[in-house]
Structure formats: structure tokens, C-alpha cells
Design a protein around this ligand. Structure first.
Ligand code: NAD
Ligand code: TYD
Length: 352
């Protein structure tokens, strides 16, 4: 079996669902259920004994030790993190605790567990660290896309905390020999994306007739990847990635934010026309994010060359599926926005 951290969040939940669609190998899912963790994302796994959910903190060494001892996973896939740049600007402390101390705690627990394994199991064990392209910093318009050897130049508290965690993972391999792999992925989009991030926020606001707040001039560029393509990349790294290696994952899909917002408006105009006119009437330019990175772009040739991975979705197919998912799952968005998804959690865990 494998141990996943942060499997109730956006990418982690998609990964767990996808994993169990592709194989019967059980998953233990450790998640603290912060505001970003939502068990409704995993509702389709109710009663499925291949999935074991554990509510807990990756900073809790005793808990992590006991999970490794009990379940003896062959791999850890580490998603748990504070992930929103704007929140990191307002309150960086939790980013340092979860992203840095939490990763350190997991590495130490994994190292103790791994050291005690028999030779065969030791060779097969993997610690996969899920990271971001934001650690590399910001590109100018003509700069080449990020390769795995690009210098780290993180600019936000979020990216600095992820950069720190990447360095810890690297050091645990070089110093202790822990068999780690790291993937640095570009911006994901798709189902179960928390509506504080650009794409789900714009869809939710448009449907509610609210303003669509574009930061600055809207010409910042991100490289978008459909979330299940990120999941397949992680599976490929787990299967045949080399310990100590880093793999950049991206969709070859650079787009300025304003183009994303206009595409969403056009799709909504087609799929759910509004009598008041095109949703693009709601686009509003607002004050820019402090220290806003101008451009990210991933050079994903290494993972294609070494592991044969390529994204299955184009931006056109992925973004249409995403808008269709949000239209079909407006109750999910409403529960997140009202906080109702937390009621079930409180009811379920209050007496434990
Ligand atoms: P998310 O914010 O949607 O989910 C994070 C999950 O981690 C939540 O379920 C939360 O409850 C859990 N968590 C937070 N602190 C925890 C703690 N101390 N202990 C246990 N669980 C905790 O994030 P996401 O967008 O799904 O991102 C997942 C990972 O992928 C992160 O490491 C992020 O840096 C990385 N990543 C994200 C993107 C993206 O576009 N979203 C791109 C590249 C890399
Ligand atoms: P976001 O989804 O927060 O991801 P990240 O900051 O990790 O790339 O933002 C994506 C881009 O969209 C980023 O350039 C900031 C911009 N943005 C807006 O213009 N308006 C918004 O309301 C949000 C949330 C983001």
C-alpha cells in the first residue's frame, strides 16, 4: 500500500481517486483537514476498504511513526501543504510550519522506518515529494522555460517554504541515502479545485453574477496542466523515476491570466448563457498581488524522455471538462463557500 499526505485537498484527492481507478493497491490518506481539506472530494470512496482516511497533522511525529509501523507502505506521496500564495502573503507562519517543519517531520519518520527495512523492501521504498514550479522564480518574456537545473529564486512566502522543503528532501537523499524523488509541477486545474484559486474562483463568481477580479494588468503567464495529467506524471515517477532525481511536470500550455478569464467567460456563455449578457462584462481589474511573479513556464522534456510521460489533455479539452464539472457540481461549490462541508467533519470527529 501507499501513504498519501494531503489527500483531501485538490490534487491529493484527485490523485487518490485516480489511483484507485487504476489499481487495487490500498491508500492510507493522512490529512489534517485544514480549510482546504474536504472529505466530500472523496465521497465516492465511502465504504471502499482500499481507502483508509486518517485525520492528523504531518507535524505529529508520533502519529506518522505509528502509521508507518502499522501500514508498512512501500511509498509515501507527499502532497500536504499550505498552497495559496495570497494567504502566504497575509499569514506566512502556517506555511513554514506545514511546508517546512511538516516535510522535515515526514522525512525523519520515513528515514527511521526505511533504515529498519529488509534489503529488498529498502531498495523498493520511495518518498515522493510533490512540489511546484514557483520555486524557480519569475521568467521574463523571452527566457527559456524552467529545466530541473534552473537556480532556485522563490519570491513569495509560499514558494520560499516549498523551496525549503525541496532542499530538505534533496539533503535527506544525499546525506542519508533515503530514496526520494521530487516533481515540480506547473499550475493545475480541474475538479475539486478550491474556489480561492483563479479558475474555480472565476467560474463561481461568474455564476453568482459577481466581479471577476483580475490582478494588475492580467498579463501574468502561468503554464496550466489538467490535474489528472499531474496524477499520471506522479504515477510514472513512482513507477520508474530514479531515486535522487527531480522531474519538472507541465502542460506546454502558457497563457496570460486575462486569456484564461476570457476563455472561461466564453465557455460559460455557451454552456449557461446569462440573460444579462456575456459574463465578460464582470471582468474587473484590481490592485496587483505584491511581488507577483510575471511568468512561469515548465520545460517537461526530461520526464518525457526518461519516463515516457506526456499530458493526455490539451488546454481546450481540459478547460471544457473543468467548466462542465463546476456546472454539474454547484452544490459542492456552495458547500465550500458556506463552510457546510465542515459540519460533517465536526460531527464525525467531535467525539473521537
Ligand atoms: P490544497 O491546499 O488544495 O490541499 C492541501 C491539503 O493538505 C489539504 O487537504 C489540507 O487539509 C492538507 N494539509 C494542510 N496542512 C496539513 C498538515 N499540517 N498535515 C496534514 N495535512 C495538511 O493543495 P493542492 O493544490 O492540492 O496542492 C497539493 C500539493 O501540490 C502541494 O504540496 C502544492 O505545493 C503542490 N502543487 C500544487 C499546484 C497547484 O496548482 N495547486 C501546482 C504544483 C504543485
Ligand atoms: P492562483 O490560482 O492563486 O495560483 P498561483 O498564484 O499559485 O499561480 O493564481 C493564478 C494567477 O491568477 C496568478 O497570476 C494570480 C492571478 N489571480 C488573479 O488575477 N485574480 C484572482 O482573483 C486570483 C485568485 C488569482
Amino acid at each position: 500500500m501507499i501513504l498519501v499526505t494531503g489527500g483531501a485537498g485538490f490534487i491529493g484527492a484527485n490523485f487518490v481517486l485516480d489511483w484507485l481507478r487504476q489499481s487495487d493497491e490500498p491508500v492510507v490518506n493522512l490529512d489534517a483537514l485544514t480549510y482546504a481539506g474536504n472529505l466530500e472530494n472523496l465521497a465516492s470512496l465511502a465504504g471502499d476498504d482500499r481507502h483508509t482516511f486518517v485525520k492528523g497533522d504531518i507535524c505529529d511525529r508520533e502519529l506518522v511513526d505509528s502509521l508507518l509501523a502499522t501500514y508498512q507502505p512501500r511509498a509515501i506521496v507527499h502532497f500536504a501543504a499550505e498552497s495559496h500564495v495570497d494567504r502566504s502573503i497575509h499569514a506566512p507562519g502556517e506555511f513554514m510550519r506545514t511546508n517546512v517543519t511538516g516535510t522535515f517531520t515526514l522525512l525523519e519518520s520515513a528515514r527511521a522506518h526505511w533504515m529498519a527495512l529488509a534489503d529488498d523492501a529498502k531498495g523498493a521504498f520511495r518518498f515522493h515529494h510533490v512540489s511546484t514550479d514557483e520555486v524557480y522564480g519569475s521568467l521574463g518574456p523571452g527566457d527559456p522555460a524552467f529545466t530541473e537545473t534552473k537556480t532556485y529564486e522563490p519570491n513569495s512566502p509560499y514558494s520560499a517554504s516549498k523551496a525549503a522543503s525541496d532542499h530538505l528532501v534533496r539533503a535527506w537523499h544525499h546525506t542519508y541515502g533515503l530514496p526520494v524523488t521530487t516533481s515540480n509541477c506547473s499550475n493545475n486545474y480541474g475538479p475539486y479545485h478550491f474556489p480561492e484559486k483563479l479558475i474555480p474562483l472565476m467560474i463561481a463568481n461568474a455564476l453568482a453574477g459577481k466581479q471577476l477580479p483580475v490582478y494588475g494588468d492580467g498579463m501574468q503567464v502561468r503554464d496550466w496542466l489538467y490535474v489528472t495529467d499531474h496524477c499520471s506524471a506522479i504515477r510514472a515517477v513512482l513507477e520508474s523515476g530514479k531515486p535522487g532525481e527531480v522531474y519538472n511536470v507541465g502542460g506546454w500550455n502558457e497563457k496570460p491570466n486575462i486569456e484564461i478569464v476570457k476563455t472561461l467567460c466564453a465557455l460559460l456563455d455557451e454552456l449557461k448563457p446569462d440573460a444579462a449578457g456575456s459574463y465578460s462584462r464582470l471582468i474587473t481589474y484590481v490592485t496587483d498581488r505584491p511581488g507577483h511573479d510575471r511568468r512561469y513556464a515548465i520545460d517537461a522534456r526530461k520526464i518525457e524522455r526518461d519516463l515516457g510521460w506526456r499530458p493526455a489533455e490539451t488546454f481546450d479539452t481540459g478547460i471544457r471538462k473543468t467548466v462542465e464539472w463546476y456546472l454539474a457540481n454547484q452544490a459542492w461549490v456552495a458547500n465550500v463557500q458556506s463552510g457546510a462541508y465542515r459540519d460533517w467533519v465536526e460531527k464525525n470527529y467531535a467525539e473521537r
